[in-house]
Design a protein. Structure first.
Length: 366
């Protein structure tokens, strides 16, 4: 479809642009004087009568498409009923098929957002406000029994209002599913592995039961997101693991390490990153803790720095590397000192022996 063409009453305002790693295309479309965001799914393709293929293959594709349709319509109905329209969840307003292709319509929003670095440099009170609004939005979704499935910075839009407050909107529910009922085909589980939960990684590997993929999978991803906002980077885990989920699956503990943050906040985030899903707090508990967090004792963190600084994790690893180099240097120095002391001692002993021997010879001469 091209600019100017009409699909189900929606007039295409510009040519489609590829999005989602090539899995979909998007554009803006107008209907009844209002502009919407329109997404075109590149798969699945519904087998029309003129489509190539045997009757058996067409039937198989039809069943796949039927499952795809039912999934999206059920999510759309549940979210619309439980969450309402116009809030901080930007979800589907219309879903339909035209020919062999499926389309989704959502409200048009300004996708400009504060970057993770900009959020990190905010005063602590500003960060907490952002964390609260995200937790509140996610809680609404989770109470509807829905897992977002792809929480990451790109899908959390953060804006500063004229009154210096911050609003957030959760977008892109294409990877969403009902809690405990993820897609049966593992290949359909897409997203950014940086934010995978340990159980999601195991499910894709065929080592986890589908019923164990619940809303708590989102909580792990949210914990990773909170780390980025609070300390400028992912939690502390061994560098040999490319992703946090893989480190967790190997028994490594993930931690928010910034010592400058309130202890209650660190404890909560670290609990969100727990290997066991049932040990993680839910979105409502997270919101309540953030709402009641006392920041008066953290006054020194309320100042916005004028100059950019390195994230805490960067400086943390740098200091660790320096400590390692120093320890190795000290060890070498200690070894050298020991060898010198040993050599000095041996030389001293030889001297003393020589003196004694000399004295002995003199006595004999007498």
């Amino acid at each position: 479809m091209f600019k100017g063409e009409i699909i189900k009453g929606y007039k295409i305002l510009q040519d489609f642009t590829t999005a989602g790693g090539g899995l979909s295309k998007w554009t803006f479309a107008e209907k009844d004087g209002k502009v919407y965001f329109m997404k075109e799914f590149l798969s699945p393709k519904y087998p029309t009568e003129t489509a190539p293929g045997s009757p058996a293959s067409k039937e198989r594709k039809r069943k796949e498409c039927e499952k795809f349709e039912n999934h999206h319509r059920a999510l759309m109905e549940q979210i619309n009923e439980k969450c309402g329209i116009g809030g901080n969840l930007v979800f589907t307003l219309d879903f339909f098929r035209s020919g062999s292709t499926y389309y989704k319509i959502t409200e048009k929003i300004d996708v400009a957002s504060l970057s993770t670095q900009e959020v990190y440099r905010l005063p602590l009170a500003g960060k907490i406000l952002i964390l609260k609004t995200i937790a509140h939005s996610l809680n609404i979704l989770h109470k509807a029994g829905i897992v977002h499935g792809d929480l990451k910075p790109d899908n959390v839009l953060i804006k500063q209002t004229r009154t210096n407050f911050y609003t957030t909107k959760l977008i892109d529910f294409d990877n969403s599913y009902f809690s405990g009922k993820p897609p049966e085909i593992h290949e359909e589980m897409v997203g950014d592995m940086v934010f995978y939960s340990p159980e999601l990684a195991r499910y894709i590997q065929g080592r986890e039961k589908p019923e164990n993929l619940t809303t708590k999978s989102d909580i792990f991803a949210l914990g990773l997101l909170y780390c980025i906002y609070l300390q400028g980077d992912l939690p502390d885990f061994p560098k040999k693991f490319p992703y946090a989920c893989l480190a967790a699956n190997e028994g490594k503990e993930l931690k928010l390490v910034d010592a400058r943050l309130p202890n209650k906040l660190k404890k909560m985030v670290n609990q969100m990153l727990h290997y066991e899903p049932n040990q993680r707090p839910d979105a409502e508990e997270i919101f309540d803790l953030l709402k009641n967090l006392d920041l008066k004792k953290e006054a020194e963190l309320e100042k916005l720095e004028k100059e950019p600084r390195k994230s805490y994790v960067e400086t943390h690893w740098e200091s660790k590397d320096k400590e390692t180099v120093k320890a190795e240097s000290d060890a070498k120095s200690s070894t050298l000192k020991m060898s010198f002391h040993k050599k000095d001692k041996e030389e001293k002993n030889l001297e003393e022996k020589s003196k004694l021997k000399g004295k002995g010879l003199k006595i004999l001469k007498k």
